[in-house]
Design a protein around this ligand. Structure first.
Ligand code: B1M
Length: 222
């Protein structure tokens, strides 16, 4: 593998956004994901290789460490930020169609619920897994989900809920999505959920953390 891609992967895994970024302290003054992604492209590395050989495996390692409690939310956010800095250089290639994404993932926190930290992490990790993301934000109702699905046929949907009171809203939303768009795959997550709840409301998959969500989408795209 091109040594720049190895360095880029390390920068993302460590959360080194750019040269001026003070985090992590042991990488002070070194190039970050921003500069390394640019250099890789300028050196002629294919944009798809930047994504699949550096960014995706790095975010995969980050997801695994988070699941194993070896890193925590702040470190994961820094890695996601570094990944986004690198993605900024790749976006023009995605938009021009030179690089294909694995699919579209529509995500939102269900109506009545304003918690978005977990949802944002899941969205960033899935983007790092090579999907295009439509983030509908928080307090999202069934009509908005259905409208967005009809505009993006084949998209996978992710619902997040953090409150026991909004879990019931999740049930309503799943029901309406399945009524209007029966083939849509729905992934659910959030601290109060479990797989029994997922089965009761008729969603397709429950992921306890971003890594579980990425793994599920990987299987769907295979
Ligand atoms: Co709220 N809140 N909050 N809150 N809040 C909790 C959730 C609560 C457990 C605190 C408590 O009482 N101990 C409690 C819920 C109790 C319950 O329902 N049983 C609670 C409450 C009651 C409330 C209010 C009702 C408080 C009030 O106003 N009286 C109110 C509700 C507002 C509303 O939503 N309508 C409220 C408000 C808020 C703030 C706005 C102040 C703020 C949210 C800020 C924001 O998100 N932008 C907030 C916060 C920060 C929390 C706590 C402290 C932290 C939540 C968080 O971000 N965790 C939380 C207590 C706690 O968890 N310690 C609490 C970190 C985040 C990374 O984890 O979101 O679980 P989490 O996401 C995880 C997984 O769940 C999973 O992956 C993530 C990473 O592992 N995951 C998915 C999440 N979504 C997924 C989707 C997937 C897959 C995996 O696929 C699609």
């Amino acid at each position: 593998m091109d040594p720049i891609l190895t360095k880029l992967g390390e920068a993302v895994e460590s959360g080194k956004v750019d040269k001026n970024s003070p985090y992590p302290p042991q990488m002070k003054g070194e190039d970050g994901a921003d500069e390394l992604a640019r250099q890789a492209l300028d050196n002629g590395v294919a944009p798809a290789d930047v994504l699949t050989e550096a960014l995706v495996p790095a975010m995969d390692r980050v997801g695994r460490k988070f699941s194993e409690n070896k890193i925590f939310v702040p470190q994961m956010l820094m890695s996601a930020k570094a990944m986004n800095a690198a993605m900024g250089h790749l976006k023009p290639f995605f938009q021009s169609g030179d690089v294909k994404t694995k699919g579209t993932f529509i995500i939102g926190t269900v109506k009545g619920d304003l918690h978005d930290i977990g949802k944002n992490l899941v969205a960033m990790m899935i983007e790092g897994g090579g999907w295009s993301i439509i983030d509908l934000g928080v307090d999202v109702n069934e009509d908005t989900f259905n409208q967005t699905i009809s505009e993006n046929p084949g998209a996978v949907v992710g619902l997040s809920a953090l409150l026991t009171t909004t879990m019931t809203n999740m049930e309503e939303i799943v029901k309406k999505i399945k009524e209007v768009n029966p083939d849509t795959k729905i992934l659910v997550g959030g601290a109060p959920l479990n797989d029994d709840f997922r089965a009761n409301i008729g969603a397709d998959f429950y992921a306890p953390d971003p890594r579980g969500a990425v793994e599920y989408l990987k299987e769907l795209a295979a």
